[in-house]
Design a protein around this ligand. Sequence first.
Ligand code: SF4
Length: 102
Amino acid sequence: MVDNYIYEVLGKFEMIPKLARTLTSVLPVDKSRTGSCNQCGECCKLPFKCSFLKIAEDGSSSCSAYNFRPLNCRKFPRTQSQLEPVIDVCGFSFNDSPGAVK
Ligand code: SF4
């Protein structure tokens, strides 16, 4: 029972980055961003798999609500800090980040 309570509390903390992305999604995308989306779908799993994320048998990802997706999805990754959790797979990078290709 205590484990369930702790898991529930920690689960809410995992939502903080997503809440922050949502609240700041009206802000502009960092101008140093380069690259493009390779449709890996990893940002659609932060922190839990989005119910609109569809994964085909060949492993490719797509959004079943693409035309209606919210700003935080449209602009991801808006900043370097948003990129960090998916930096190894995302097709975007930021020019002023360490190791960025210029
Ligand atoms: S993590 Fe990056 S490359 Fe992958 S789906 Fe999201 S924006 Fe596209």
